[in-house]
Each structure stands twice: as C-alpha cells, then as structure tokens.
Design a protein around this ligand. Structure first.
Ligand SMILES: O=C(O)c1cc(C(=O)O)c2c(n1)C(=O)C(=O)c1cc(C(=O)O)[nH]c1-2
Ligand SMILES: [Ca+2]
Length: 653
C-alpha cells in the first residue's frame, strides 16, 4: 500500500504510480530535507532506489550497491563488485547502473562487466554470482536493473554500439542456476537456430551482411515488466548492430527482433509475440525505454495495453494480449517518418536513409525519450515523461567494414562500430528538454513544462496528483499532475537524471532521489554549474535538515601556449571525432560534464597528451588505453585539433 518502493518501476506493471497521499499539491511546498547520503561517486547516477522494510538499496556508478537506513540516512553496508575499471571503455554511455531488484532477502545487481550478483540484504555479503556473458571477450556491459518474476531473476545487457548479440537470461533466485535464455536476434545461419523465433527472425536479415559478425544488436538494456494475469513478461529491445541498415543487411529486411516490444513466457523464456516499432532501424532508435502496462478504455471498451515512448519520437499504445498495434502519435517534432499506417508500420521519409547525404535526424540517436523513467497515473489517465531533442547528423560510412580496427575509420579506438559517421556537418535542429503529460487515449499532449536543456530525470506520480521530477539544471521539482502547475522545487548538488521514489515509514511519506550528473549526454555536456559527488536526498513534509555543501565546476581558461602544426588540424579533427569526442565533447565549445573538456586542460596536459592516452593514469577511472589503437603521430594531430579549436573559439582581444 505504498509503504515501500519494492521494484524498479514500483509495481509489476512499471507504473511508478504511488498510492500515497500525505504529500499533496497544497502542502508540497512544506517539503524539506530529512537526510542526505553520500554515494562517493563522480559519474552518472541513474538508479531508482528500492525501499523494502525500512532499508533503501541504491546503486552508484561502477555497479556499487549501498544499503541505507531510511529512518536515519545512515549506511548499513556497501557492496562493491569490483568491476575492473578498464571495462569503462565498453560502456557506450557512462559507467552507470539503474538499480537493483530485491526479493526473498536478497539484493540482485548486474555489474558493468556482465555478472549478476545476489547479495544478502541484511549483511551485504555475496551469496552467489553468475557470469551472464556468452563471450567475455566481447564488449558487453550491464547497466540495467534486474527484475524478479516468479522466483527467477532476469537480466539483459548492453553493447549494441560496439557489435554484440542481444539476449536476456533468467536465473533461479536461490541457487543462481540458469533457467532460460532468449536471444533477440539470430546468430550465424550456418549454425542451428536456438529456437523457432530465431529461425523466423533470420528471414528478416540478409546473410550477405554477415550481421552475426557485428552481433546484430537488439540488446535488452533497460525495460522489463510483467502481467501476472496473462502470465506474460514484456521487454523492449535495442538498436541493431551496426547502426547502418545497408551495412548489416544489404538487401533490406526488418531485422527482427531489434527496436521491438517482445512478449515472453516468464517460466521458459519462450517467445510469444513481438511488435517492431522501428523496422530496419538506421538511427539508433532503441525500444528499451520504460514499458508501462495500463488498463484503459478505448472507444468505450476496456483494453489491456502497453504504453511506450521509445527513442523514435512516437507514443505507442499496443494491445498487450496479442501485440497488435493500436495507435502511435509523435510527441516531439519528428522528421524520419510522417506517422504510422493502420498495420503499425512507419511511413518513412526517404531522405532519412539516403546513403549519399547527411541526415539531421530528429530525433537523433540520443532519442526523443531515453531511459529516463516514465510514470502513469490511472487517476489522471496521463503518462509523464521527459522528452528532448539532442541535435545530431548521421551519415552512412561507405568505407565501413566490420572490425576494421583502423584508427580514424568507423571502428574507433573506443570500440564503436556503427557503420555511420556522426556530425559530418553541424546539426541544424535546436536542442530542448521538456516534461510532457500525455493522454494515451486521445494520443495528445495535455501539458508540458519546458526545461533549460535536454537530459532531465525520470518521473514519479502519486494518488494525490503530484508529479516529481529532477532536472538537468540541478533541481528536484513537483508539479500538479492534472495541469502541470509548478508547485515546489529544491536545488540539487548537480544535474539529476534518475527518477525519484516515494514510500512511507512510521506514518511519514518520504520522497528520495539519487543524484549524479552523467549518462550519455552528461558525459560531455552540462546544464548546471554544480558538480557535487553522487548523493541521495530524502525529503518529507516539515523536513528541516541542512543541505550538504554543493561543489561547483572549476572554472579553467581555454588552453594556450602549446605549439602545434595548423596543418595537422583537419586530420586531427577526424581522429578526435572518432576517438575522443563522445566523452570529452567539442573542445572549448562544450564545457565538460561528468568528463573534462580538453579545451580547458592545463597546457602541460595537452603538451604531454601521449602520457594520458597510452597506459595513462586515468585508466583506473575508466579512460581507455589507446595503445595499439592510436599512434603517437596521431596523438600529435589530435593535440593540434584541441589547440586549434581552443584558438578558434578564444575571444579576440
Ligand atoms: O545499444 C545498447 O546496447 C545501449 C546500451 C546503453 C546502456 O547500456 O547504457 C545505452 C544505449 N544503447 C543507448 O543507445 C543510449 O542512448 C544510452 C543512454 C544511456 C545512459 O545511461 O545515459 N545508456 C544508453
Ligand atoms: Ca544503443
């Protein structure tokens, strides 16, 4: 009855709708801090805290689990699975973790290096551990929260920007023994298929593309929900690998089951149905965004549906009994498709796949909505989620061939393997970030709140009609769920990307949020001047604890005073874009988020850049070692680009 926050999406349906009503639109302004808890981290914090029996289980970057007494905010135990920091290079989008599952006295966490661990909820001692990877030499990660369904703990993985094959696996919660595994895309068609669903999927891929070499993708890195009545579990699958459709499946084909919602039997992992939202994806339009199961009335009839706002910019209503498409409507401006036909296929804009021209994709690969949690209130009938535009230009990389590990080519030193080039010219669309309240019956926006930048946190909605959301510009905010009226806000120590939770202990309703700027956008960009280490803040009515001190970004000058050859800049640009830009951003243009912007480095750092690039001191913090991937001569050219760009943006005296 709302006393706990028992699972990732609050309930099996993933609604993030709390029945608690102590905090209301009228009194929410009386909320104050009760306690804060230091997660001792500097990278993105994406966890939804789980609260069971007066204890909060929350994860920090590098898959570290903290157990916290919710009455006092004091540490009970901390468990560090000891992820080798070199593994950071295999995480496309920061060394994040979205949280744990708690069941039967055990805490389950997926570690960034692909293990699933069961920890004793009382003592913090490890009970069992399983390597979930089919091949530990492949750049798989786990960033998502596991989910327990009928005594099995289920976990997928990430890695489709690098070239891996997606799957999910179920393990017995007591013993850790594997119960089943379902692959999302077919393997090598010369080998026997694992099951009938793989044989069917293989018909939608062109073997001439040797898709199994780059893995095929379809990683299940975020959403899982469960309908006990239908006894079906639902997952969202990720983008295909590589991104370029022409490269992975030259003769065409939808490439099942990528960018899809799939229904499985939770006892066996048997495939039941799928609905593919982005057939033949070419833009990293994953469907791993939060799925929510809702019972709504359509044309007067009660329907069991799935609500979903995936990266591709359309809000979907799907019949969850059979996977049939009901409706889709764009929730942001979209240019890759004009809509969906009656069969649930997108009506595409041909320019979106032009192999010869750059395409200003809206949404871009960051998605119109990424992993940031959505909530749904059966009372208002509205879904609440952060929508955005992060401008990016995509262009097919004609020279791409799988695993051509040549610096400066599409296989970058950071291991990305896209078959696509990014920002071959500057994007023209405008960035934005907003909170949207969406009516899935009418398929239209009911209210919105514009935020200062993209990459805002997930949402929670309560039975007293309060929506809570953290923002990129470092606030926790409350809105009236009915009309979006802004009710309250509190400053946070840094940009917020995770979702808040609420629970009741000893008759008092609390709201907690885990804060730490990062994730894929937050690596290089920022929307606030604060960069306080990862922290959990807990609020309640009448709370009067003092906020811990906030930490600001250091203000550095643009780098100067290091010699370089201007002739090296063009080649250095290409090398920088392939190897450095994704984490470090554009020197002197971006300001640096969770990771420093090199345009503001000390002169000695850039002068001796090779010392940081080859077996450098930051490998222990997740910086890749580029030995064998870049040559010293190439590092000189990268230096020229950093210094040349700093010179170009430096205000003239
Ligand atoms: O294709 C994949 O396997 C995969 C994995 C992940 C991940 O595990 O975090 C992300 C993405 N893709 C992705 O496309 C994406 O935009 C993204 C953002 C984030 C994040 O945590 O901020 N992760 C991921
Ligand atoms: Ca992806």
């Amino acid at each position: 009855a709302g006393g706990e926050w028992p699972s990732h999406g609050y309930d099996d349906a993933g609604t993030r709708f709390s029945p608690l009503t102590q905090i209301t639109p009228d009194n929410v302004k009386e909320m104050g801090l009760v306690w804060s808890y230091d997660l001792e981290s500097t990278r993105g914090v994406e966890a939804t805290p789980i609260v069971v029996d007066g204890v909060m289980y929350v994860t920090a970057p590098w898959s570290i689990v903290h157990a916290v007494d919710v009455r006092s905010g004091r540490n009970i135990w901390t468990y560090d699975p000891g992820v080798p920091r070199e593994k950071g290079k295999d995480a496309c989008c920061d060394v994040v973790n979205r949280g744990v599952a708690v069941y039967g006295g055990k805490v389950f966490v997926g570690s960034l290096d692909g293990r699933l661990l069961a920890i004793d909820a009382k003592t913090g001692r490890k009970l069992w551990e399983q390597n979930t990877l089919i091949d530990s030499s492949k750049p798989y990660t786990i960033t998502g929260a596991p989910r327990v369904i009928k005594g099995k703990v289920i976990i997928g993985n990430g890695g489709a920007e690098y070239g891996v094959r997606g799957y999910i696996t179920a393990y017995d919660t007591d013993t850790g023994r594997q119960a089943w595994r379902w692959f999302t895309v077919p393997g090598n068609p010369d080998q026997p298929f694992e099951d009938a669903s793989m044989a069917a999927a293989a018909k939608t891929w062109d073997p001439a593309g040797k898709y199994w070499e780059a893995g095929g993708g379809g990683t299940v890195w975020n959403s899982m929900v469960y309908d006990a009545e239908l006894d079906l579990m639902y997952i969202g699958t990720g983008n295909p690998s590589p991104w370029s459709h022409r490269k992975r499946s030259p003769a065409g084909g939808d490439n099942l089951y990528t960018a899809s919602i799939v229904a499985l039997k939770p006892d066996t992992g048997e495939y039941v149905w799928h609905y593919q939202q982005t057939p033949a994806d070419n833009w990293d339009y994953t469907s791993t965004q939060d799925l929510i199961l809702a019972d709504i009335k359509l044309e007067g009839k009660p329907r069991k549906v799935i609500l979903h706002a995936p990266k591709n910019g359309f809000f979907f209503v799907i019949d969850r009994t059979n996977g049939k498409f009901i409706s889709a409507q764009n929730f942001v401006p979209v240019n890759w498709a004009t809509g969906y036909d009656a069969n649930g296929r997108p009506i595409e804009n041909p320019a979106a796949r032009d192999p010869d021209k750059p395409f200003d994709a809206t949404p871009g690969p960051f998605g119109a909505h990424n992993w940031h949690s959505m909530s749904y209130s059966p009372q208002t009938g509205l879904a609440y989620f952060p929508a955005q535009n992060v401008p990016l230009v995509l262009q097919e990389d004609k020279s791409w061939a799988y695993n051509k590990a040549k610096p400066g080519q599409a296989m970058s030193g950071i291991g990305w393997n896209l078959g696509m080039l990014v920002n071959t010219r500057p994007p023209t669309s405008q960035p934005f970030g907003r909170l949207i309240a969406w009516d899935p019956v009418a398929q239209k926006e009911v209210w919105r709140k514009e935020h200062v930048s993209p990459w805002n946190g997930g949402t929670l909605v309560t039975a007293s009609n309060v929506v809570f959301q953290g923002t990129a510009d470092a606030r926790l905010m409350a809105f009236d769920a009915r009309d979006g009226k802004e009710l309250w806000s509190a400053p946070m120590g840094t940009g917020v990307i995770a979702a808040p939770v609420t629970y009741e202990v000893d008759g008092r309703q609390y709201v907690s949020i885990a804060v730490g700027w990062g994730g894929v956008y937050g690596l290089s960009a920022r929307a606030s001047e604060r960069r306080t280490p990862g922290t959990v803040y807990t609020f309640a009515l009448g709370g009067n604890a003092k906020m811990p001190p906030f930490v600001e970004y250091q203000v550095n000058n643009l780098v100067s005073g290091v010699k370089y050859k201007p002739d090296d800049v063009p080649e250095g640009t290409a090398l920088y874009v392939m190897n450095c830009a994704f984490c470090h951003g554009v020197p002197g243009v971006d300001k640096g988020g969770a990771i420093p912007n090199l345009g503001y480095s000390a002169a000695t750092t850039i002068e001796h850049l090779d010392r940081f690039v080859f077996e450098g001191p930051f490998v222990s913090r997740g910086m890749p070692d580029f030995t064998g991937k870049l040559t010293p001569g190439e590092v000189e050219k990268i230096k020229a680009f950093i210094l040349g760009t700093a010179d170009a943006v430096r205000p003239k005296k």
